[in-house]
Design a protein around this ligand. Structure first.
Ligand code: ADP
Length: 256
């Protein structure tokens, strides 16, 4: 039996005015698969994630989540978003961790992690609290439940953001350069939490990252973006040790 992808991009294009940011992207992500997205700044990596979060609208192409259209290209080239009813469900199967943590500053860490399960999933407060505490334990912050975001380091805040996404039990988690806004000494703690979650295996992950060693360790597949296209993809060993294209070789040299 073949497994169906959890996310499918087909012929996805995105332009901002005259600027073509994505120029025809085809990408499948399978349940439980960890896909690292690498590439130069401005190559369209964040846009890939933002389309999946419906924060941006594709100019052309189709994106499906769990076999259901999220963005669908109709005849005549118009791209249409899923209905509100579907969108609600599709969105709750996707978790996202951004560069900046976007925690609610006036809420404790625990409350930050309880908001969405109560208001979006309709869990009781007791259920949401139990789930939130479990996830905060997982990211090593059980002792911070009553703290406010301002009392935490950047690395701790990002770990809260990860716990907050995990409480929704998404089928796929998107990480958009989750460590690029952190002081260098805080990067490791966040990457190791992500690696631990990845090792549990159940959830698919799309990891946009400049941390090549991390991508090599965690990813099942690495996708190299350049100028709005996937130039190369493959298992980490192949991509990092035997890049085929000149563009990927040049890109990787920066990290040597
Ligand atoms: P990456 O994540 O690979 O750095 P992005 O997907 O963030 O690339 O951006 C790709 C290009 O799209 C960049 O040149 C960026 O300036 C441009 N871009 C992104 N969002 C917008 C926007 N809302 N309006 C105009 N240009 C944008």
């Amino acid at each position: 039996m073949t497994t169906s992808p959890i996310v499918t991009y087909r012929g996805v294009e995105k332009s901002f005015g005259d600027l073509a940011v994505l120029r025809g992207v085809d990408l499948d992500i399978y349940p439980g698969e960890k896909v690292a997205v690498i590439g130069p700044s401005g190559s369209g990596k964040t846009t890939i994630a933002r389309l999946l979060m419906t924060l941006e609208e594709p100019t052309a192409g189709t994106i499906e989540v769990d076999g259901e259209p999220l963005w669908q290209e109709r005849r005549g080239g118009q791209t249409v978003r899923a209905s509100e009813k579907h969108l609600h469900r599709l969105r709750s199967s996707i978790g996202m961790v951004f560069q900046h943590f976007n925690l609610f500053p006036h809420m404790t860490i625990l409350r930050n992690c309880m908001e969405a399960p109560v208001h979006v999933l309709g869990l009781s407060k007791a259920e949401a609290k139990a789930r939130a505490i479990r996830m905060l334990e997982k990211v090593g912050l059980a002792d911070k439940v009553d703290a406010y975001p301002a009392q935490l380091s950047g690395g701790q805040k990002q770990r809260v953001a990860i716990a907050r996404a995990l409480v929704m039990k998404p089928k796929i988690m998107l990480f958009d350069e989750p460590t690029s806004a952190l002081d260098p000494e805080l990067v490791g703690e966040v990457l190791s939490v992500i690696a631990e979650i990845a090792a549990e295996g159940e959830m698919a992950m799309l990891l946009i990252t400049h941390e090549m060693a991390f991508a090599r360790d965690v990813a099942d597949r690495v996708v190299f973006f350049d100028e709005g296209r996937i130039v190369e993809e493959g298992p980490p060993e192949r991509i990092f040790d035997a890049p085929e294209s000149e563009r990927l070789r040049t890109f990787l040299q920066r990290f040597r």
